[in-house]
Design a binder for this molecule. Structure first.
Ligand code: HEM
Length: 392
C-alpha cells in the first residue's frame, strides 16, 4: 500500500515537473527575454505545439476577455499552431492596419486555414498574385454584373426561398444557413437545391471545422477531415469545369465568367487551380458571415417592432407600382437607406468577423515594447472583437 502511494506521488510529482518544464521551454523557445528591446508583451505561450488552442476553442470570446483582464490590451499567446500577439487596442490596431504591406504587414491566416483553403486562396497570397485574385473576384461583383445578373438572380432566389413560410414555424438559423449556401451556389455555378448542393454542404461544414483547428494531419483530427473535405470539393469542382469544357454551353454564372476571364486580354487568365481556390474561398467566406448576419437581423427586427415596421414600409413603397413577379431594380436596391442602416447596425451589434490576421515581413514594434519578429502571429482585437495579425 505504502509502495503504491509512493509510486502515485512520484507519478504526480513527475507530471507536475514535466509539465512546468514543457511550459517553461515553450516560453524560452520564443525568446521572451528580460530586455525591454525585443521583449514580447505579457501572456503565456501554453504547451509546445498545442499552445493555448484548446482553451481558445473552448472558451470562445471569453478567452480574449479573460486575458485582456489579466494582461492588458496587448498580450502574447499561442493559438491554432501559431505563436501570437493579440492587440485589443483600437487606436493601435488602426495604426497597424494602415501600415499595410509597406509597413511589413501582409495577410496571414492560421496554417490550417491556408492549407485547407488552398495555396491560391486570397487569404494566403499577397503582392501581385493577391492583386490578380482580388481583381478576378471584384470582376464578378462589379456594378454592371450586379445590375444585369446578380440582383435579378438573388431576387428570384429569395422569392423561391421564402415561399411557403406563411403560417409555419421556421428555424431561422437553419433557413439562413440554407439561404447563404444555396444563393452562393446558384450564383457560382447555377446549382439549385438537390443531391449536389447537399453533398457540397456536407463537405463545406467539415472543411470549415478543419480551418479552425490545429494543423495536425492525423486520421481523426479536424484538420485531417477538413483536408479530406477539401479534396472532395476540389474533385467536384474539377468535374464541373470538365463538363463545361466538354459541353461548350454558355452559362450565366461566376464559374463561366472565371473560365472565360482573360480570354479578351483585359485581365490575367486564371489556372483551373486558381479558379477552384477562388470558388472555395467565395463559398467559405460567404457562408457563416451571411447566414449569421441574416439570422441576427431577423432577431433584432423581431426585438424592435418599430424598426421592422419602418423596414416593411421602405420595401412596400418600392414594390408599389410593380407587378408581383417584377424583380427589384439596381436603383431600388440603391434607394434602400433604412435597410442598409439595419444591416450596418446588425453588423455592429453582432460582429461575425471578429478578427483580422496579418503576417509581418519584418520586425514590428508595438507600443515600444514588442519586436514581434519572434512570433508568427499577431492578433488584433477591439473590445470583444478579434482583430488578428500574423507576425513572422
Ligand atoms: C456579414 C458579411 C461579411 C463580413 C462581416 C465580412 C468581413 C470581412 C472582413 C473583415 C474582411 C477583411 C479580412 C482581412 O483583411 O484580413 C473580409 C475579406 C473578404 N471577404 Fe468578407 N465579409 C462578409 C461577407 C463576405 C461574402 C458574402 C463574401 C463572398 C461571397 C466575402 C468574401 C471575402 C473575401 C474574398 C475577402 C478577402 C478580400 C481580400 O483579401 O482582398 N465576404 N471580409
Amino acid at each position: 500500500m505504502a509502495l503504491l502511494l509512493l509510486v502515485l506521488v512520484g507519478v504526480v510529482v513527475g507530471v507536475v515537473v514535466a509539465s512546468s518544464l514543457l511550459l517553461r521551454w515553450n516560453e524560452v523557445r520564443y525568446g521572451n527575454g528580460r530586455r525591454k528591446e525585443g521583449r514580447l508583451p505579457p501572456g503565456t505561450m501554453g504547451w509546445p505545439l498545442f499552445g493555448e488552442t484548446t482553451e481558445f476553442l473552448k472558451q470562445g470570446p471569453s478567452f480574449m476577455k479573460q486575458r485582456r483582464l489579466r494582461y492588458g490590451r496587448l498580450f502574447r499567446t499561442h493559438i491554432l499552431g501559431c505563436p501570437t500577439v493579440v492587440c485589443m487596442d483600437p487606436e493601435l490596431n488602426r495604426r497597424m492596419l494602415l501600415q499595410g504591406e509597406a509597413g511589413g504587414l501582409v495577410p496571414g491566416y492560421p496554417q490550417s486555414m491556408l492549407d485547407i483553403l488552398g495555396r491560391n486562396n486570397i487569404a494566403a497570397v499577397h503582392g501581385p498574385l493577391h492583386r490578380v485574385m482580388r481583381g478576378a473576384m471584384l470582376g464578378l461583383v462589379r456594378p454592371a454584373m450586379l445590375r444585369t445578373s446578380l440582383l435579378p438572380k438573388i431576387d428570384a432566389f429569395m422569392r423561391d426561398h421564402l415561399s411557403g413560410w406563411a403560417g409555419s414555424v421556421v428555424d431561422v438559423q437553419a433557413k439562413t444557413k440554407e439561404m447563404a449556401l444555396l444563393s452562393a451556389l446558384r450564383q457560382i455555378a447555377g446549382i439549385t437545391a438537390g443531391p449536389l448542393s447537399d453533398a457540397l454542404k456536407t463537405e463545406l461544414c467539415t472543411l470549415v471545422l478543419g480551418t479552425i483547428s490545429l494543423p495536425i494531419n492525423l486520421p481523426g483530427t479536424s484538420y485531417y477531415q477538413g483536408f479530406q473535405a477539401r479534396k472532395k470539393l476540389v474533385s467536384m469542382l474539377e468535374q464541373m469545369i470538365a463538363e463545361r469544357r466538354c459541353s461548350g454551353e454558355v452559362h450565366d454564372d461566376m464559374l463561366d465568367a472565371l473560365l472565360r476571364s482573360g480570354n479578351d486580354g483585359t485581365r490575367e487568365k486564371l489556372t483551373d487551380e486558381q479558379i477552384i481556390d477562388l470558388l472555395i474561398a467565395l463559398i467559405y467566406s460567404g457562408y457563416e458571415t451571411m447566414s449569421t448576419t441574416s439570422m441576427m437581423a431577423v432577431k433584432y427586427l423581431s426585438d424592435h417592432p418599430q424598426a421592422l415596421e419602418e423596414l416593411r414600409r421602405e420595401h412596400l413603397d418600392i414594390r408599389k407600382g410593380k407587378s408581383p413577379e417584377e424583380a427589384i431594380s439596381y436603383e431600388d436596391f440603391k434607394s434602400m437607406a433604412f435597410t442598409r442602416a439595419v444591416i450596418f447596425e446588425t453588423l455592429r451589434l453582432a460582429t461575425v468577423v471578429n478578427g483580422l490576421l496579418r503576417k509581418t515581413t519584418k520586425d514590428v514594434e508595438m507600443n515600444g515594447v514588442c519586436h514581434s519578429k519572434r512570433v508568427e502571429n499577431l492578433c488584433l482585437h477591439e473590445g470583444d472583437k478579434l482583430r488578428s495579425i500574423h507576425v513572422s
